[in-house]
Design a protein around this ligand. Structure first.
Ligand SMILES: *[C@@H]1O[C@H](CO)[C@@H](O)[C@H](O)[C@H]1NC(C)=O
Ligand SMILES: *[C@@H]1O[C@H](CO)[C@@H](O)[C@H](O)[C@H]1NC(C)=O
Ligand SMILES: *[C@@H]1O[C@H](CO)[C@@H](O)[C@H](O)[C@H]1NC(C)=O
Length: 164
């Protein structure tokens, strides 16, 4: 998709939509342009000194393919493009959508890049009386290995979003 079609559809959607706040889903979220900032955490175990870092990404646009998005720098531990799409339904069977993401991690050279699904209702998660420590940020985690034995761990959280 070209930049022109993105900005055109975004303009039309903004005019048509009264509500684009983070707590408010548009009538058909999957037909709008979704921009998300993620928190990305990487834990490298192949590094003898260890390397663990968390960064907030800039706003990324759903549906961009990885050769069109910029590199995400995760401290000194990792870098690579992060792409994602928002799809109906979710892997927990309850949430309205899932965010299917792929991080083209520089650590993984000879295997598929890490992927992960975040169940999402277009909202933050409210704490419950029993679990007040849980993160309000919808998230998923995965692990992948370099050369089959050095595991690298990845966490992805939805920090902020916009439906345009
Ligand atoms: C990060 O990796 C190190 C080395 O394997 C491990 O000791 C540590 O528990 C990991 N931390 C988390 C939060 O996974
Ligand atoms: C990205 O890759 C696709 C095919 O995989 C190609 O059609 C497109 O031209 C590439 N875009 C850039 C900016 O390299
Ligand atoms: C989405 O809403 C459903 C129904 O209230 C709830 O069961 C589910 O846990 C929510 N999921 C998220 C990620 O907030």
């Amino acid at each position: 998709m070209s930049f022109v079609s993105y900005s055109l559809s975004a303009t039309v959607a903004v005019l048509a939509m009264m509500c684009s706040m983070t707590s408010c889903l548009p009538r058909d979220p999957l037909k709008s342009t979704v921009r998300v900032r993620f928190l990305v955490t990487v834990n490298d175990t192949w590094d003898p000194n260890g390397c663990m870092a968390t960064v907030a990404t800039p706003f990324l646009v759903a549906g961009m393919i990885h050769n069109e998005t910029g590199q995400i720098q995760v401290g000194s531990c990792d870098h690579g493009p992060l792409d994602f799409s928002v799809q109906q339904g979710s892997d927990d069977g309850y949430s309205k959508m899932h965010v299917f993401l792929t991080f083209h991690s520089s650590v993984i050279e000879d295997a598929s890049p890490p992927t992960c699904n975040i169940p999402w209702n277009g909202t933050y998660i409210n704490p419950t009386e029993n679990n007040m420590d849980s993160s309000p940020l919808p998230s998923c985690a995965t692990a992948d290995s370099r050369e089959g034995y050095h595991m690298t761990y990845y966490w992805f959280r939805l920090l902020e979003w916009q439906f345009l």
